[in-house]
Ligand binder design. Structure first.
Ligand code: MG
Length: 287
C-alpha cells in the first residue's frame, strides 16, 4: 500500500495511492492519525472517491513531531570518500553515528527548495532510504526490529557542508529550512520483502551522481532500530534516515555543490522518485 499526504481543493488529506489516483480517508488527515487507529480497524476506514494524482499537490507523507533521526556515514563507500576528501584516516565507529534534522527542515515532494546563498555556499545532496516507525517501542531486539517499521520512503538529506564543518556538531548544517524533502509517499513494510536489497540513486539535472544499493549499509535497518531504541522510546511517525551511499558532491573531484535551478531526483526501487528543484535565492524571512 502507498500512503500519501496531499492537498486537494484547499484541504490537506491523507489517503491511499492507487494507480494514477489517490483515495482520501474520510476521518484521518495525517499519518499519525492513521497510526492511532488500531491495525485491525484500518482496513475499515471510510474512503472518498479517487482523485487524479495530477490534480493534487503531494505533501511530505509524514511530519514527525520531533526531529528526524539520521545515521551518518552508514555506507562504506561513502565513509571512504568522505575520509579521502577530508584527508583523514577511515575511523569507523562501532555503533551508528546518530544526528538529527529539525522538523522545520522538512519539505514536500516536488517542492522548490529555497536555500539562501548568504547562509551557505556548499549545499550538497544525500539520497537516503527513510524508515517510518509504526508503533511506540523501546529496547527493540534486532530480530524484532522490522516489526516496528510501518513503511519506507525517500529522503534527501540536503546538507550545508560549510556549516557542517564549521560548527563541529552536524546539527546546524543539516537543519536549515527546506533541507529535508521527504516522499513522494510511504510504501508499507509488507510491500518490501527485503529493505536491504533496494537500488538507490540520485540524479542532478538528469546526471546520475549516486547509484548503489541499500545492501551496502554498514549498520542495517535492524541494527539501527535496535541501537536507537535502546533506552530511548520511539513513537509512531518517527522517521529515521538510514544514511547515504557514495557520490555526494563534497567528495567529488573537483567538489560539486548545488546550483540555482538544479533538479534533484532521489529514486529508490519499489518506492518511487522524490524530485525537488533548488532555488538559491535568499528566502523571505519566515515569521
Ligand atoms: Mg545523510
Amino acid at each position: 500500500m502507498r500512503l500519501a499526504s496531499f492537498e486537494y481543493d484547499g484541504t490537506v488529506r491523507f489517503g491511499i495511492v492507487d494507480g494514477d489516483g489517490v483515495r482520501p480517508f474520510a476521518s484521518v488527515a495525517t499519518l499519525q492519525a492513521y497510526l492511532a487507529v488500531s491495525p485491525s480497524e484500518r482496513g475499515a476506514l471510510t474512503k472518498g472517491d479517487a482523485v487524479p494524482l495530477r490534480d493534487v499537490t503531494l505533501l511530505a507523507p509524514v511530519r514527525p513531531a520531533k526531529n528526524v533521526f539520521c545515521v551518518g556515514r552508514n555506507y562504506m563507500d561513502h565513509a571512504e570518500e568522505v575520509s579521502r576528501a577530508n584527508g583523514k584516516p577511515l575511523n569507523l565507529p562501532k555503533v551508528p553515528t546518530f544526528f538529527t534534522k529539525a522538523p522545520t527542515a522538512i519539505a514536500n515532494p516536488g517542492a522548490t527548495l529555497r536555500l539562501s546563498p548568504d547562509v551557505s555556499s556548499e549545499y550538497d545532496w544525500e539520497a537516503e532510504l527513510a524508515v517510518v516507525i509504526g508503533e511506540r517501542c523501546r529496547d527493540v531486539a534486532e530480530a524484532d526490529a522490522l516489526s516496528v517499521v510501518f513503511g519506507y520512503t525517500c529522503l534527501n538529506d540536503v546538507t550545508a557542508r560549510d556549516l557542517q564543518r564549521e560548527h563541529q556538531q552536524w546539527f546546524k548544517g543539516k537543519s536549515l529550512d527546506d533541507t529535508c524533502p521527504i516522499g513522494p509517499w510511504i510504501v508499507t513494510a509488507d510491500e518490501i520483502d527485503d529493505p536491504q536489497k533496494l537500488a538507490i540513486a540520485l540524479r542532478v539535472d538528469g546526471e546520475t551522481k549516486q547509484k548503489s544499493t541499500t545492501g551496502k549499509m554498514i549498520f542495517d535497518i535492524r541494527a539501527i532500530v535496535a541501537s536507537l531504541s535502546r533506552g530511548m522510546t520511539l513513537e509512531p511517525g518517527d522517521v529515521i534516515a538510514t544514511g547515504t551511499p557514495d557520490g555526494v558532491g563534497m567528495a567529488r573531484t573537483p567538489p560539486e555543490f548545488l546550483r540555482d535551478g538544479a533538479r534533484m531526483e532521489v529514486e529508490i526501487a519499489k518506492i518511487g522518485v522524490l524530485a525537488n528543484t533548488v532555488a538559491l535565492g535568499t528566502p523571505a524571512i519566515a515569521r
